[in-house]
Design a protein around this ligand. Structure first.
Ligand code: KE4
Length: 432
């Protein structure tokens, strides 16, 4: 494949934008590649500026569950555009979006729109601290909740990929209020809550972790969080920015039967436009300005274009059988990947929760960030590059999840499995 235009644009971008990208993980540094500059996307495919086409499993890092340019989304956006782009005033679309989220997620009694997942988690943390009068928050190693200061501690995603524990510029005083413990370690949770529970404002967790690669919760982990927060009076926050409307219409909380006090959303609910939201118990949410004293605001919060795209997409997701069909595709892919790796004796740990998939190059189960970090990153990088050569667009990091969309056809799955088999064969040959 030819990448000359991407390369030229990247060289220029690096002079103008830090690292040449507007979000670090896009720089592909951890896989020793240069980023492709994208011109357009359609359905399950994405096309770079050199005219190369790829089957897309990044899906804009989660939002594109319907595939790119779904007709219903494009039609709704076109109609919304005819009325303008932003007013800075309430619209009927925001009422409709709020109703859709509240109807889909029973733990959410009220909801506030913001413009990113980071804003959603940052606001939920502020609300929990205000409501409890406490400062401490608990998060989990390898979980990423956006780049708000108090959450950039042992974070996953781009931070994990860049191996930054926290980040320069975050005052020690900020992270001193954040405790990060091992994901899936219920005993550690009980110990921290026993020791500090009366000082802990909130426990925030990815109910299915997608930012250290895919790591599902083990039996009892989420229940322990619920029980311990009930016991200590701490607010349980599910960060469903990635899993919300992804793993089920009601999110991960509907799969595992645990009701958090607050939930954060993003990605899918904006249909590909900038969006975030947080919501939950009415007694908490009514403390947000202007109804209550806790301040949070946003010029473009509830933007009519993002609302129109999100609502149109969510209506498609609410149709009978949508998640079953999507889950079947993901399972076929996962099973095929496992069989291909086995055929060439390549040790992998693979998992999926609905249409969120993970593949680690490690021969033991991955239950937390320490396990994930044992993955063979050199092998992952080689796999990434071989798959790209074969027209498969994967997340350029071992510490990310992959996403199957409704637009992925059987032929896409088959092409992906052929590419994976070729990749595992090459890895196996190199191994010998
Ligand atoms: P944003 O601020 O990027 O909209 O959302 C932050 C966020 C919060 N919570 C979870 C569970 C998330 O996964 C994210 C963002 N996800 C990453 C990819 N894993 C975004 C990609 C990027 O940083 O470019």
């Amino acid at each position: 494949m030819k990448y000359t235009t991407s390369q030229r644009l990247f060289d220029r971008a690096k002079e103008l934008i830090p690292g040449g990208v507007n979000s670090p993980v896009r720089a592909c540094r951890s896989v020793g590649a240069n980023p492709l500059f994208i011109r357009r996307a359609e359905g399950s495919r994405i096309f770079d500026v050199d005219g190369n086409g790829y089957i897309d499993y990044v899906g804009s890092w989660g939002p594109m569950i319907l595939g790119h340019r779904h007709p219903a989304v494009i039609e709704a956006l076109t109609a919304a555009l005819a009325n303008g782009t932003s007013y800075g005033a309430p619209t009927e679309l925001e009422v409709e979006m709020a109703q859709l989220i509240i109807d889909a997620v029973p733990s959410v009694e009220m909801v506030r729109m913001v413009n990113s997942g980071t804003e959603a988690t940052m606001s939920a943390i502020r609300l929990a601290r205000a409501a409890t009068g406490r400062d401490l928050i608990v998060k989990f190693d390898g979980c990423y909740h956006g780049h708000a200061d108090s959450l950039l501690v042992e974070a996953g995603s781009g931070v994990a990929t860049l191996a930054i524990a926290g980040s320069p510029g975050v005052p020690e005083s900020f992270v001193s209020h954040t405790v990060s413990i091992a994901y899936n370690d219920s005993e550690a949770v009980r110990q921290v809550m026993a020791a500090k529970g009366d000082k802990i404002a909130a426990v925030i967790v990815e109910a299915v972790a997608g930012n250290m690669g895919l790591v599902p919760p083990v039996e009892g982990f989420l229940k322990t969080l619920r029980q311990e927060c009930d016991r200590s009076g701490s607010v349980l926050i599910f960060d469903e920015v990635m899993t919300g409307f992804r793993v089920a219409y009601g999110g991960a909380q509907s799969l595992y039967g645990i009701k958090p006090d607050l939930t954060c959303f993003g990605k899918i609910i904006g249909g590909g436009l900038p969006v975030g939201a947080y919501g939950g118990r009415r007694d908490l949410m009514t403390q947000m300005a202007p109804q209550g004293p806790v301040y949070q605001a946003g010029t473009l919060s509830g933007n009519p274009l993002a609302m129109a795209a999100g609502i149109a997409g969510m209506r498609e997701l609410g149709k009978p059988g949508f998640y079953e069909a999507l889950g079947e595709k993901a399972s076929r892919l996962i099973q095929g990947l496992g069989a291909a790796a086995k055929k060439y004796d390549i040790a992998v740990s693979i998992a999926n929760v609905g249409s969120m998939l993970g593949l680690f190059f490690v021969d033991t189960p991955v239950r937390n960030f320490e396990d994930a970090k044992r993955s063979n990153l050199d092998r992952f990088s080689a796999y990434y590059r071989i798959m790209l050569e074969n027209g498969i667009y994967l997340a350029p990091s071992q510490f990310e999840a992959l996403f199957v969309s409704a637009a992925h056809e059987e032929s896409d799955i088959e092409a992906t499995l052929r590419a994976a088999e070729a990749a595992f064969k090459r890895l196996s040959d190199k191994q010998q």
